[in-house]
Design a protein around this ligand. Structure first.
Ligand code: ATP
Ligand code: MG
Length: 272
């Protein structure tokens, strides 16, 4: 195992010391989206409880490949925790960190990362601990908002509460973007139980959830450029997904292709 080139490697770290805020859910769903797009991403499971690796074990063999490895969060590993731990074919490494990482070790992860995602649940207590944590990240882990590396994902959002509005004001004052709000949705629970991402469930049931995840990928793609060859590959994948959703029976491949072309161009026009 080893990363041959880090030039076009995107290292995404998902963190928040607060337990149960959705780090693993976000990491696995992003891995599923990137797998669909290809090449197979790496999911680095730094949580000794190994939820990501168990999710991968449940993943049906006909789904797009995701490489999974246990990550090392010992103090020794934290000196350079991300570099050697991905699959050589992966262009994206998604790192799922456990809740209790000591703050002093966070710097190593945020320093090595290209993107840092912080899922927050909009309860008063979670928002309070998140604002303290963000302040510490900016100070202790020396994350500078001007680097455009850190973004917030509001997770399990039901209603826009007063504390949610306070969080928005706090983020605006620090110029940290909130890039998506994910609904409190059983689709995440059902997908997790099957080793799937929500984008792999029937589209009619999950369009809002997938739209939220797409906004995250849209932000993560902020430095990407896409060649015509890559555009064609994406269209082929989406067209395949349409045919697959029908069980490969009936339908019209040419229509699938045109529909996929529209979807991909819409997505790319939002990205650049
Ligand atoms: N948007 C959502 N809608 C519904 N359920 C969700 C959502 N996000 C997460 N969950 C559920 O909340 C629980 C906790 O989520 P998850 O394991 O992703 O959190 P975590 O931050 O990784 O927790 P830990 O700190 O323990 O690692 C899980 O049962 C998950 O299925
Ligand atoms: Mg977790």
């Amino acid at each position: 195992m080893g990363v041959t080139s880090t030039v076009d490697l995107h290292r995404i770290v998902v963190l928040n010391p607060k337990g149960g805020c959705g780090k693993t859910t976000l990491a696995t769903n992003l891995a599923g989206l990137y797998a669909l797009r290809g090449p197979p991403p790496t999911l680095l499971d730094c949580d000794p409880q190994g939820f990501c690796l168990r999710w991968l074990e449940k993943r049906p063999p006909n789904r797009p490949k995701i490489h999974g490895y246990p990550g090392d969060t010992t103090p020794h590993a934290a000196s350079n925790p991300l570099d050697p731990q991905g699959h050589p074919d992966s262009k994206v490494i998604i790192v799922d960190l456990p809740g209790g990482i000591p703050h002093k070790d966070l710097h190593a992860y945020t320093y090595e990362a290209d993107s840092v995602l912080l899922p927050i649940m909009p309860s008063e207590i979670d928002i309070h601990s998140a604002t303290t944590f963000i302040a510490e990240l900016l100070l202790d882990a020396q994350l500078d908002p001007r680097d455009n590396k850190l973004a917030i994902v509001a997770n399990r959002v039901r209603t826009r509460t007063k504390s949610f509005a306070m969080l928005m004001r706090f983020l605006t004052s620090l110029k940290i973007p909130m890039i998506a709000t994910l609904r409190d949705s059983q689709a995440f629970v059902h997908a997790a139980a099957k080793g799937l991402a929500v984008c792999e469930l029937p589209p009619s049931r999950v369009s809002d959830d997938v739209a939220g995840l797409d906004s995250i990928v849209h932000w993560l793609d902020r430095h990407r450029t896409v060649s015509e060859q890559r555009r064609q590959e994406l269209i082929a994948k989406v067209a395949y997904r349409h045919a697959e959703a029908r069980g490969f029976t009936g339908g019209d491949p040419a229509r699938d292709w045109l529909e996929a072309e529209r979807e991909v161009d819409k997505y790319l026009s939002r990205s650049f």
